[in-house]
Design a protein around this ligand. Structure first.
Ligand code: P6P
Length: 333
């Protein structure tokens, strides 16, 4: 019997779990439940142009971003996929100002889920790839209920991190600290199939730099000097989608650097540490890349607020390190 090459996400997670005798299966369940939520969101995203869920709800989220109906849908799908499982002590979402408790009627567990339910949602109406980002920590507080301290953990303590990119295909990419694995959804059978085993960020020449250059007037001099340096190298193409998950996914697979710097309008940058920068930094490190705030490793930053922002330089280690060389003298970071 020929060895099957079809490895489902479920099979992969079980095989990874077998490498850890102490594993209880809870983590495998969490990844499975996230994948289920991703399938439901993917179906809705792919129908967005056909069903009355485009456009805005008329509300704005805590960050002042207009909330699109798919944002709300994705947030609810993830919460309802996870709230009853007994594996989580609490959750935190970009769409909620405070920590989300597990409803009293359900058991609580020893893990914490932080998530951005639908990042890049301003691109929904123009059919550009969007994504879900998630980060899993172990509960650190005493008692049965999770709390803010369980969410405000340094990125290096993450147990797992991943994203789902809803693009030309739907892919789930995750790491649990032993490599980065990519699974592509086959909608005809409703399974995520291993398509990108052990992703490593390449050093080859098809690398890109990715940044919103319209912000150039607001950049600090050190940022401008680094951009001039990158362009002078002549071996990087410029690509910017404006959807973090899509821009990061390309950077992970092709190499290069994605930047969202601090600037005079956003002194802490725009992206959030807990459920954007930190999980992507964990994935990038596991793929042989690096991620900083311009000077410090993202995974070393101790969060102080649930929705705190951070400048982000992420991608090929040589390019991220070089950014640090230019920016390290910038005392304003
Ligand atoms: P700008 C999308 O709104 C988002 O949060 C990220 O997905 C993306 O990387 C960034 O903002 C784009 O921001 O200022 O370039 O439009």
């Amino acid at each position: 019997m020929k060895e099957t090459s079809v490895v489902t996400l479920a099979r992969h997670v079980v095989e990874e779990e077998r490498k850890h005798p102490e594993a209880t299966g809870a983590f495998s369940d969490i990844i499975h439940d996230i994948a289920l939520a991703a399938k439901v969101i993917s179906r809705k995203v792919n129908m967005a142009g056909l069903v009355d869920i485009l456009g805005r709800t008329g509300e704005t989220n805590l960050h002042g971003d207009s909330v699109q109906k798919l944002d709300v849908f994705a947030d609810e799908v993830i919460f309802k996929a996870m709230d009853h499982t007994g594996h989580l002590c609490c959750m935190a979402s970009e769409e909620h100002p405070e920590v989300i408790p597990i409803p009293e009627r359900f058991p609580r567990g020893k893990y914490v889920l932080l998530y951005d339910p639908l990042d890049g949602s301003t691109n929904i109406d123009v059919n550009v790839s969007i994504g879900t980002i998630f980060s899993i920590h172990r509960k650190v507080s005493d008692g049965d209920h999770g709390c803010l301290d369980d969410c405000l953990q340094v990125g290096s303590r993450q147990l797992a991190a991943g994203y789902v990119v809803y693009g030309s295909s739907t892919m789930l990419v995750y790491t649990s600290g032993a490599g980065v694995y990519g699974f592509t959804l086959d909608p005809s059978i409703g399974e995520f199939l291993l398509s990108h085993p052990n992703i490593r960020i390449p050093e080859e020449a098809s690398r890109t730099y990715s940044i919103n250059e319209s912000n150039h007037p607001r950049w600090r001099p050190a940022q401008k000097r680094y951009m001039d340096h990158l362009k002078a190298q002549g071996d990087l193409s410029s690509r910017y989608i404006g959807s973090l998950v899509a821009d990061f996914h390309r950077t992970l697979l092709k190499g290069g650097i994605f930047m969202y710097p601090a600037d005079s309008k956003s002194p802490k940058g725009k992206l959030r540490l807990l459920y954007e920068a930190s999980p992507l930094a964990f994935i990038c490190r596991e793929a042989g890349g690096a991620a900083t705030d311009g000077r410090r490793n993202i995974l070393d930053l101790k969060p102080t607020e649930l929705h705190q922002k951070v400048p982000l330089y992420i991608g090929s280690k040589d390019l991220v390190d070089k950014a640090g060389d230019f920016l390290s003298g910038d005392s304003e970071i």
